[in-house]
Design a binder for this molecule. Structure first.
Ligand code: 9PG
Length: 525
């Protein structure tokens, strides 16, 4: 165990190697920076005096946070942690290798590697400066993304969800006219099943024809895939159950629950799995897609017994390298649902927050389930702003922004915060079909896609965009609810939410509401 005692707030920077490290602080900190494992996990500054309540439902843990450390009793995070001291200066402890964790233990930051040992950065100083120093050291060891993106991305998810079909997409793409979108990306809904990456009956002309039509407009064709997981009912799972990750008791490891089904994760250390993954990437490239949104990547790093024993994030990184090599260096690789550090140097862009939604936030999810990973404008903004320090290493994807006022409950100010954040990130994307936009909203979209504003960071969470202020101080806060009544309500609601049937009912209700909404919206296309 390496131990170091920090002096008064003079700037300090040191790299230390060890399996465990302890950084003794001068006094008790005010706030702690808790950094979640993957894209959708919370990253935020929280009150250093109390641990965060464990988010619910529990059986979604594999899909939303690092399931291995979900019930850790102290404030903690993946790879790094930081404290804000009483006078405002920040102390950061961050691993420079994978499979590492940091916690706040009284008046010390403690770090450990899950397996073996590695390097750590200890930095003290002003917040932006210490995070910049960490990013610089990470780049030396993990590298950074190579591809750039000039225009915007149109993504089908946040308007049509899985209700896409060939004809609908053709209508929308035709309506985009000369809007400067560089990429038209087909999201979830084209495939036969999660695991069976062939077009379903809603795409009778096939995926190659779809890519050709996109490319004929002078744009890049984008496609969504989740290659490291599969649903129980897929052909892939039924024909190759031996390819999937199991625990020491030979039980299949849960990769969460979505699409109304149990998810399982591929063991990416098996040669046959690697061959299958490489062939899949080559197939979608052959179809004509060179912008790939590769989702649910956490599946490659879940705890389990692997064919080739190695730390779980090392296994994921190896899997990501297989994907990258097969898709080629010229493809744009957007990682999503991805553990952050293992993706650096391989992905060009990375989703750095949970999904947005056409609403700002949900009381039920925030206050009763303590779940900061659920879709919402506010949850997406919070974690994305708190991960802007990753920008030198990878293009941060803050998720799509909204211009539409139909079927959207976001206020003009909330839309402005989302749009501003996209410009700060340098990743501009929307799902609004132009047919749903009023003339002034279409103009706002065009301006958003063509603008290259001057961005000034005047405080860690406050920016000037061409002189206009964007203040993210309030949306990035975490309310740690307390009180007896809230605990009772939360316990009762949590009890329901932790049953698979509750999620099935919730899913069924959501799908019904979505179907009704789709009927209304289709009339506008
Ligand atoms: C398609 C979607 C979109 C979206 C992705 C991802 O924590 N969760 O339960 C959870 C489920 C799905 C999800 C995000 C979080 O959405 O982020 O952009 O591509 O898949 O199914």
């Amino acid at each position: 165990m390496e131990s170091i005692r920090l002096g008064p707030e003079a700037p300090f920077l040191q790299i230390i190697t060890g399996d465990r490290i302890r950084v003794e602080l001068q006094q008790a900190p005010r706030r702690y920076y808790s950094h979640g494992w993957q894209s959708w996990s919370l990253a935020a500054w929280v009150d250093a005096r109390r641990p965060l309540t464990v988010q619910q439902p529990y059986f979604l843990h594999p899909m939303q946070i690092d399931p291995l450390w979900a019930f850790h009793p102290r404030l903690h995070g993946s790879w790094l942690g930081a404290t804000e001291q009483q006078d405002g200066h920040v102390v950061l402890l961050g691993s420079l290798g994978l499979d590492a964790h940091v916690e706040l233990d009284g008046t010390a930051l403690a770090g450990w590697y899950e397996a073996g040992s590695g390097a750590w950065l200890v930095a003290q100083g002003e917040e932006t400066a210490v995070f910049e120093a960490y990013a610089r050291e990470l780049e030396k060891r993990l590298g950074k993304g190579a591809q750039t993106l000039n225009g915007g991305v149109w993504c089908s998810w946040y308007s049509l969800y899985t209700d896409i079909d060939e004809q609908l997409l053709n209508t929308i793409f035709a309506g985009l006219g000369d809007l400067p979108f560089e990429v038209l990306q087909v999201d979830d809904g084209w495939q036969q099943s999660i695991g069976d990456w062939e077009p379903n009956q809603k795409f009778p002309s096939g995926m190659e024809a779809m890519a050709s039509r996109i490319k004929a407009t002078g744009r890049r064709a984008g496609l969504w895939l989740a290659p490291l997981i599969a649903v129980q009912s897929s052909q892939l799972f039924r024909s190759h159950p031996e390819w999937f990750l199991r625990d020491r008791g030979d039980k299949l490891v849960s990769a969460g629950f979505n699409w109304g089904e149990q998810l399982y994760a591929l063991d990416t250390t098996q040669p046959a799995v690697q061959d299958w993954l490489a062939a899949l990437m080559r197939r979608v490239r052959d179809w004509g897609y060179d912008y790939l949104k590769v989702d649910f990547l956490y599946g490659g790093a879940l705890p389990g017994v692997r064919h080739e024993p190695m730390p779980r994030e090392a296994a994921l990184r190896q899997g990501l390298q297989v994907l990258r090599q097969a898709m080629g260096v010229d493809a744009f690789f957007l990682g999503c649902g991805a553990p952050i550090l293992p993706s650096l140097g391989i992905c060009d862009a990375l989703r750095v927050g949970p999904d947005v939604w056409s609403e700002w936030g949900s009381d039920r999810d925030e206050r009763l389930l303590h779940n900061p990973a659920v879709p919402g404008g506010r949850t997406a903004v919070r974690t994305t702003v708190n991960r802007l320090w990753l920008k030198p290493l990878v293009i941060p994807d803050p998720d799509v922004v909204y211009f539409r006022s139909i079927e959207c409950a976001l206020t003009p100010e909330q839309k402005r915060l989302l749009q501003g954040l996209a410009l700060i990130c340098g990743f501009r994307s929307t799902s609004d079909p132009p047919q749903w936009l009023a003339p002034d909203e279409q103009e706002q979209l065009r301006e958003f896609l063509t603008r290259t504003p001057k961005v000034q960071r005047v405080a860690p969470r406050r920016f000037l965009l061409d002189g206009t202020e964007l203040d993210y101080a309030s949306p990035t806060e975490v309310s740690q609810h307390s009180g007896l009544w809230n605990s009772i309500e939360s316990a009762a609601f949590g009890w329901f939410a932790n049953h698979e049937w509750a999620l099935k009912i919730d899913g069924w209700m959501r799908r019904r509401a979505a179907a009704r909404r789709m009927r209304r919206l289709r009339e506008r296309l």
